[in-house]
Write a protein that binds this ligand. Structure first.
Ligand code: XMP
Length: 513
């Protein structure tokens, strides 16, 4: 990101906390970026970072395939902080020694700090810190001093102030580390010299000016889905170029009850956006006829979506730009090449370069999800869309097991609406972050009145998760489940049985397909 006077780089070695480090730095109003440890030294130098943090890693510096950065990095004079693996890497590259301990040090431990170090002074004399490591530094490199230790770890922190290199074996970014934010502040403010002038609001102002300049008097199109990312991206571009933005909303007929109307209403009535809604329900249903394989369904929907979008876009004249709702975690994931192909995700933000656009506009490319929501709030986007739970691009098609038919969609929509309504009404202690109904393709025998029935089983799924990479099933009180079950079997025709999914992710995924 150009035009930002203060920024920190997090050189990512695949550590599970890299994004948390980034969040912590942005929370103290300093912009930061995450880049792969493979990033070349020249690229790093070009960006003129105020400081660099080397992250944790699943790799071991003493292993045969250790992830390494360019050793010249340590000669640049840019302040460097190594965290966990990053600390061991510093020791190993600069001539210290790293060995495997007989036991792993894990959890909250007491660390004793020196008050002579700018970095550790704020935690002096001791504090509770979160740690998780087996390798440890047994010999510090020449020129370094030890500035913290614990019972099991002689080198909890070390530094070489001449070279501006600092290292910590524990994780200051994790909330279990008491006053870890002070430690990070000391590095970012006192050692790197940042002043904390960045904020999401200032970022948005700048981004809007940039979009204005980039677009000039040309036109931009944007596919919106009702999801928070594409909505906020569209609102930003709208703010910049007003009616030169044309939004395309493809209703593929796989949305939840009331959703299509809500999206249309919000964007046309409330925000006065130039919106073209395409009713493509029958097109998608035709393509899905007879298809039962989950991956095939996903691919068909993804491809059809692009086709519909492309046809519509070609009808418009003078469109030079495509706006996408890509957010920072998407950018990081693709940059680190670590996305696993468990399901082929389909997002409107992920349209491939299907047309000859002069350029792509991705206003949220540098923001995390909660920052995107902050921007949404600035634009007065309200709760229904701002806090909309994640909804997969292929929509209800991946929540109907087996073939998708209009009748099944009708059944699922009704059951799902009842489930959502009852969860909102209830006061579940840890409300689920995502919850929905699934129409299984299992039919079972039941009895309704005096009659035998042979109808569908609906499954309910509700999970608590912060990143949706892992999830726990929500402990919905029995009375709430009971009410939902009773309502669904009474109010939705062709459903005679309800089951609740009590599987975590992993091993299950959140969606059923
Ligand atoms: P899974 O089922 O893989 O889902 O545990 C993780 C999260 O991703 C959502 N999901 C999708 N989101 N396009 C999306 O934008 C998709 O194709 C897609 N498939 C799953 C899912 O709802 C959950 O929040």
């Amino acid at each position: 990101m150009e035009n930002i006077s203060e920024k920190i780089l997090i050189l990512d070695f695949g550590g599970q906390y890299s994004q948390i480090i980034a969040r912590r730095i942005r929370e103290i109003n300093v912009y930061c970026e995450i880049k792969s440890y493979k990033t070349s030294l020249s690229e790093i130098l070009e960006s003129e970072y105020q400081g660099i943090i080397l992250s944790g890693s699943p790799s071991s510096v003493i292993g045969p395939n250790a992830y390494k950065c360019d050793p010249e990095l340590f000669e640049t004079g840019i302040p460097i902080l190594g965290i966990c693996y990053g600390a061991q890497l510093i020791a190993s590259i600069l001539g210290g020694k790293v060995e495997r301990a007989s036991a792993r040090e894990y959890g909250s431990i007491k660390v004793v700090f020196s008050h002579t170090s700018i970095l550790t002074r704020s935690l002096y004399p001791e504090g509770i810190c979160w740690t998780s490591h087996t390798d440890h530094i047994t010999e510090i490199p020449k020129g370094f001093t030890i500035t913290a230790h614990s019972d099991n770890c002689a080198v909890a922190c070390m530094e070489n102030t001449q070279k501006n290199i600092y290292a910590t074996q524990f994780h200051p970014e994790v909330e279990h580390t008491v006053r870890g934010d002070e430690f990070i502040k000391s590095f970012v403010y006192k050692i790197c010299g940042c002043t904390g002038s960045w904020s999401v609001v200032s970022f948005v102002k700048e981004a809007i000016n940039k979009i204005k300049k980039q677009v000039g008097d040309k036109k931009v199109i944007c596919a919106i889905s009702g999801g928070v990312d594409s909505s906020v991206a569209a609102l930003m571009v709208h703010k910049a170029v007003n009616k030169q933005l044309i939004c395309i909303f493809v209703d593929h007929g796989l949305l939840r009850e009331g959703e299509s109307d809500l999206v249309e209403k919000v964007f046309t009535n409330r925000f006065n956006l130039n919106l073209i809604k395409i009713n493509a329900q029958s097109r998608f249903l035709d393509k899905l006829k007879g298809i039962t394989d989950p991956e095939t369904k996903r691919k068909i929907i993804g491809e059809e979506f692009i086709r519909v979008f492309e046809e519509e876009a070609k009808k418009l004249e003078g469109v030079a730009f495509l706006c996408q709702g890509t957010i920072y975690p998407d950018v990081i994931e693709s940059g680190l090449e670590n996305a696993s192909a468990i399901k082929s995700h389909h997002n409107v933000g992920g349209l491939p370069s299907i047309m000859d656009f002069e350029g792509i506009i991705e206003p949220l490319k540098y923001l995390f999800k909660d920052e995107v929501r902050k921007v949404g709030r600035e634009f007065k986007l309200t709760g229904d869309l701002l806090y909309r739970q994640p909804f997969p691009g292929p929509g209800l098609a991946v929540r109907i097991i087996g073939e998708v038919t209009p009748r099944k969609l009708q059944i699922l929509r009704k059951a799902d609406a009842i489930f959502r309504e009852e969860i909102v009404k209830s006061d579940v202690v840890m409300p689920p972050n995502q919850y929905f109904a699934i129409l299984t393709n299992t039919k079972t025998v039941g009895v309704m009145g005096d009659e035998r029935s042979y109808d569908y089983t609906v499954a309910l799924r509700a999970v608590n998760s912060s990143d949706f990479m892992t999830a726990k099933w929500t402990k919905i009180p029995y009375e709430v489940l009971e009410k939902i079950s009773t309502r669904i079997v009474n109010e939705v025709e062709n459903v005679n049985r309800i089951v609740y999914d009590i599987t975590t992710k992993p091993p299950a995924t959140i969606e059923w397909e």
